[in-house]
Design a protein around this ligand. Structure first.
Ligand SMILES: *Cc1c(COP(=O)(O)O)cnc(C)c1O
Length: 404
């Protein structure tokens, strides 16, 4: 059974590789993947890891070794997936707002593609007609997800082809004899309510008869994971039961057994990741106790970008009495990880751990303030493995052209 990394191991990693450092726990990724496959044993389901959450090649190789497929959101992610050893047939490129050239490259590489605009679908029809099976990304009218910034299925969202344009889709299907094998809807991130996925299934149910070549129904990703202690994530077992039931309905009504595809990002890697930073300075002003760490939104932007909550622990002083700290970064800009967070007394030099940092942490990082991106470590088979070096000065100069 899975046990989280203990503080001694995290301290050792911080000591060996310096801080700030991202640490990913392979067993946790495996545990999450197994939860999915176990829940969905009764369903013909395929899981595609939405790799924009975390694209480190060693992590991708590990996820491939688990038997998971991969979902990409840019052609470069497709190239990285191939480099990590995924078979083209196990790669899905779910596009959004991309140039048609990227779709052409994806076809040349032989990967699965979901097309998200009428304009690219038309170009696709002209170039490939019925010769390359393709999925289409649809925009339902469903408001779901943790907050507006991470919602993708509401009527004013840029993603997908609106379902009320079905007639135009069908006109293209007919004109170019398109082989549309999949329907895709991704409604957003942090969707706890299983019924959102059922609404998507209902839409697929309505649309299915229009697409004679249909093979897969792709419900996207967006499973919620717990961020706070005692918080609940998406009930995967309940979801699996409901999906199984609705697939029976498809079978009874249309006499077809569809595959169901999912694209979990956060679900697989969020909880597996920790960011460890060290406290540089303590400062008290009129109202607040600041704990200033040697990191910032250049390394973990989710609190400032999405008002995301990340649990923080002080692994250097676990048993001290609790005080409230506003945990801030060292970026020249308001850069707050947490306001008035109760923590065991924090001292300069202590190590603070930011939880749920596996997804959209390093990946959204930058060199803002000319700071280095942190090192990344994968803890696997009871051993820490460096999987990306911390930046150095040369990395900041790379690609710059110095004029006299
Ligand atoms: C980002 C994304 C996902 C993954 O979302 P999570 O909330 O990380 O599970 C899945 N599918 C598509 C198309 C995405 O853009």
């Amino acid at each position: 059974m899975f046990t989280p990394l203990d503080n001694n191991i995290l301290q050792e990693i911080a000591h060996t590789y310096g801080t700030p450092v991202y640490v990913y726990h392979a067993e946790k990724i495996a545990d999450q993947f197994q939860q999915l496959t176990t829940a969905f044993t009764g369903v013909n389901a395929r899981f595609f890891y939405a790799c924009k959450a975390l694209t480190n090649i060693s992590v991708l190789k590990y996820i491939r070794s688990l038997g998971c497929n991969i979902d990409c959101s840019s052609i470069n992610e497709v190239h990285i997936a191939l480099k990590a050893g995924f078979e083209p047939t196990n790669i899905l490129y779910t596009s959004n707002g991309i140039a048609f050239e990227e779709i052409q490259t994806a076809v040349e590489l032989g990967v699965n593609i979901n097309i998200d605009s009428l304009s690219n679908l038309e170009k696709f029809g002209k170039s490939y007609g019925p010769n390359y099976p393709v999925g289409i990304r649809l925009l339902p009218n469903i408001m779901a997800g943790g907050n507006l910034k991470i919602s993708t299925g509401h009527e004013n969202s840029k993603f997908g082809i609106p379902i009320y344009q079905l007639n135009q889709i069908l006109a293209l299907l007919k004109k170019y004899e398109l082989c549309i094998t999949g329907l895709h809807i991704h409604t957003g991130s942090e969707i706890k309510d299983v019924d959102v996925f059922m609404k998507v299934a209902d839409i697929f149910f309505e649309l299915a008869p229009h697409f004679p070549d249909l093979v897969f129904l792709d419900m996207g990703g967006g499973f919620k994971v717990p961020y706070k202690e005692n918080e609940q994530g998406t009930d995967i077992n309940l979801l699996a039961k409901k999906v199984e039931a609705i697939l029976h309905k498809f079978d009874e009504t249309y006499g077809k057994k569809f595959q169901v595809w999912f694209e979990p990002g956060k679900f697989l890697v969020s909880e597996a990741g920790n960011l460890i930073a060290q406290v540089n300075v303590l400062k008290t002003n009129a109202n607040l106790n600041f704990a200033g760490v040697n990191s910032g939104f250049n390394h973990l932007i989710r609190p400032m970008f999405y008002d995301a909550y990340h649990q923080i622990t002080n692994i250097s002083n676990t048993k001290a009495s609790i005080k409230e700290y506003t945990v801030v970064g060292n970026i020249c800009e308001t850069d707050t990880f947490a306001w008035n967070r109760p923590l065991p007394e924090v001292r300069e030099g202590d190590l603070l751990v930011f939880h749920n940092a596996g997804a959209y942490g390093f990946e959204m990082g930058s060199n803002y303030n000319a700071r280095f991106l942190p090192a990344q470590v994968l803890y696997k088979d009871n051993q820490a493995h460096l999987i990306r070096k911390r930046d150095e000065l040369a990395d900041l100069y790379r690609n710059q052209i110095e004029l006299d």
